[in-house]
Every structure is written in C-alpha cells, then in structure tokens.
Design a protein around this ligand. Sequence first.
Ligand SMILES: [Zn+2]
Length: 272
Amino acid sequence: MPELPEVETIRRDLLPIVVGRTITGAWVSPNAPRLVQLLPPDEFCRQIAGRRIEDIDRRGKYLLFRLDGGLHWGVHLRMTGRLLHDVNECPETPYLRATFGLDDGAWLCFVDLRKFGTMWLVDDESLVTSKLGPEPLSDDFTPAYLHALLKRRSAPIKAALLDQSAIAGIGNIYADEALFIAGISPKRAANSLSKPRVARLHAAIREALELALGDRGSSFRDYLDASGREGGHHLKVKVFRRTGLPCYVCGTPITRIRLGGRSTHFCPKCQR
Ligand SMILES: [Zn+2]
C-alpha cells in the first residue's frame, strides 16, 4: 500500500503540471460503486467538472486537491490505487475506475486493481482528515509527543506506529524500517520504552521516511508514481520483505512474524 513517501512523491510530481488546470469533465466507472464516498458518482462528476485545481496538499496517505469554490477533492489509493497523469489519454485497462479531463488536454486517470481506493468531494476537509494524527515530518511531531502517546499504550510498538490517529502516513513498510533503524523489537510493548529509546525511534521514523522520499518511494508490488514509474526504495530497505536474508548489520537472518494481522520483518539480534 502506498504510504507517506509514495503519496508525497505523487503530490510533488503533480503540483507543477496540474495546479492551475481546470477539470473539464469526470467519469466514474459503474464497476467501482464504492470509489466515491458521501456522494452519488454522477453528482460527484457533475460537481467536480469546471473546477480549477488551486493546490495539492497531503495528509497522511490522503491526497487533497484544493479546488476553486472552496471544494476539496480527497483521494486515498489504499492497496492498489494509482493516480496517473497522461498528456494524451488514460491507459486502456479493465482496472480504469475514473478519469478526469484537464483543460490542457491531459488526463488524470485512476487505475485500481482491487477497488479499495476512495475519493471524496467535500467543502469541509475535516470530513476526510479529522481523525488523523500529526504529520511525522512536521514540527507537531516531537519526541515529547511520541513519548506521551506511547506511554498510554500497552499494545506492541508496531501496532502503535500503524495507528493513523496517532501518527499519519506510516504503514507496514516504514514501521518495520523505522523500528530496525531504532533497534527496537516490533513486539515490545509501546509503554515499555525508555525516553532515550523513544527519542531514537522519533529520529528513526523521520530517517526511514526521508530515505524513502529521496528514492521516490518503494514499489514492492503495485505502487507507481503519477508518470507510471516505479520508486527506488524497495531495493534499499533494511528489513521489509527481506525474510531469511542476512541483516546488513549483524548477518542474522531477518525474521518474519504476524503481528496484529500484519506481516512484520525484523532482526532478532539487532532489535530488542
Ligand atoms: Zn542484525
């Protein structure tokens, strides 16, 4: 699933090419009845047509297009969603779920194999983002915040990192990577970490996300950027999906376990 670095890469790519453009028309596939939230799809298409894209924000894993007239178009890619920009036409694929024509002749194309992706058109952005915790790369996310948050939780630390209402934008890949960088076992109870270890985790979360951003995200399976290109960070991860391969630090084989229903990868020697 695309996480903060992947969604942010799409945002940064789209900014210079779609801001200022007007959406001339939209189409939602009848075989994607759950794509549009809160509005019937035909009403969504009617309301978004003619709107100018003024800016693109991101909160957690949500892309938020700011449109004229005070409307916000939210997009969540979920498992397999792709938001592609094409100067000519949308790709011919049975997984094309929605298209948005732009006034320069280009297209935004929403392609989604599994159909878990979702969109909103709202005048109040908080209808989409109100339950999200702070952005991990923002000033709101401090070691003191993380310490206070973890102190209240006895669940495994990995589960706390995945909770979008605690920290926005971290998913399975970067939770595993951050815990490795911090030397913390994913199984450890969140409230059992000392203050210095929480500070290390805080820095590790930012490091894991910044490294991935620098590589334009990770393409383990489905993620492609807005131009249809893969990211590069899946080639550089330290533990995620490296089950059985030697730890880069100590040589111990990376272990995979299920934790809270998610596969979790870690070095049993380096992470305590
Ligand atoms: Zn190791």
